[in-house]
Design a protein around this ligand. Structure first.
Ligand code: GDP
Length: 197
């Protein structure tokens, strides 16, 4: 897919205020610092579309971008900041759950996982939530340029093993690096195929 146009549309704290549309949308989420902004910018080839390295405590927003006038890319607020208040955590949880529950045009969630880490509880908890809510999702392993292919494969294998303790089937998995533009075509192809269905 060629990204001809990527337009910022809106930032919202409430799902009810998100754009009214029948166009499909694809949401990106993960632990803070997982490389979400970098991945969004890499996918759209716009270096500043998503703002990188936001600080904890900043307003948590649902950001909508319209791509090629045919689908929405949604940047959801990340989770897992070490030092945020219980109130902020609850606000995040309420907002993201409302988004997942009410956004009827949501085609797929791209859950970003840092390929350098062993399975993290916050990621596993979020996968559990997606499963309970019946939201389609895929796993996107990030920052794979930071280590050897062998190490990436070992970490992904460990993640798969952990998931298989509770899941019968595994979601689709992607190996990416924003620094090396790796995985871009594969992710865009998934979006293109889903849009065509
Ligand atoms: P976000 O908080 O999830 O949006 O994460 P960012 O995109 O801001 O990335 C966090 C940090 O990781 C930044 O310093 C990025 O430059 C770095 N980073 C993100 N993706 C990659 C990648 O694929 N490779 C490398 N080497 N660094 C990355």
């Amino acid at each position: 897919m060629i990204i001809k146009e990527a337009k910022f549309i809106s930032s919202n704290t409430e799902v009810a205020k998100c754009p009214e549309t029948k166009l499909p949308e694809y949401a990106f989420i993960g632990r803070s610092n997982v490389g979400k902004s970098s991945l969004i910018n890499m996918l759209t080839e716009r270096s500043k579309l998503a703002k990188t390295s936001s600080l904890p405590g900043k307003t948590q927003l649902i950001n909508h971008f319209l791509i090629n006038d045919t689908w929405y890319l949604v940047d959801l607020p990340g989770y897992g900041w070490a030092r945020v208040s219980q109130t902020s955590r609850e606000k995040w949880s309420k907002m993201v759950k409302a988004y997942l529950r009410n956004r009827s045009n949501l085609a797929c969630v791209f859950l970003l996982i840092d390929s350098r880490l062993e399975p993290q509880k916050s990621d596993l908890d979020f996968i559990q939530l997606l499963g309970e809510m019946g939201v389609p999702f895929v796993l996107v392993f990030t920052k794979t340029d930071k280590q050897s292919i062998q190490k990436t494969q070992a970490n992904i294998a460990a993640f798969r093993r952990t998931l298989l303790q509770t899941w019968e089937e595994l979601p689709q998995q992607f190996i990416t690096s924003s620094a090396e533009k790796k995985g871009r075509e594969e992710l865009l192809q998934l979006i293109e195929q889903t849009n065509a269905e």
